[in-house]
Design a protein around this ligand. Sequence first.
Ligand code: SF4
Ligand code: SF4
Ligand code: ZN
Length: 152
Amino acid sequence: MKHIKAASVQFNHKPGNTVPVKSTMIAPCGMNCSLCLTNFRDDKGCEGCNGSDENKPYHCIACSIKNCEYLAKSKTKFCYGCEKFPCTRLKRLDKRYRTKYGMSMIENLESIRDNGMRSFIKTEKDRWKCRKCGKILCVHRENCVYCGEKWR
Ligand code: SF4
Ligand code: SF4
Ligand SMILES: [Zn+2]
């Protein structure tokens, strides 16, 4: 088994042990959970916001967006279907991700709304593919956790 040290996290990968980018991994806020650090840490990855809470960190279980009353009323299951979209809460999260990780939840949601989920998934698969080794990139790390290539 190969160990790669990146930042302060010890990665413990099996070759090919990646979480695929698929529609069930897209959270109501627009986060692509396949890119989350939790899924790169060990064999017990999180099933994503829409999956079971078993391996989910507490802040994602208690997330105020996931548990938002407007979201429960929305037919789309995504924030873009809400009358308050984009609300202050979502804008705050979006700003944090744009600033720290160069990714916008609101842009993701607009893309799903305007072009459909299938098109979004296709774009995401290409966008988050390491140009060196071809594996999936982690949005929370600026180097590919598999080959170390700097991508951000
Ligand atoms: S930890 Fe949270 S953001 Fe990460 S994959 Fe799980 S639900 Fe998604
Ligand atoms: S946009 Fe804001 S208010 Fe609307 S569902 Fe999302 S978190 Fe809730
Ligand atoms: Zn790589």
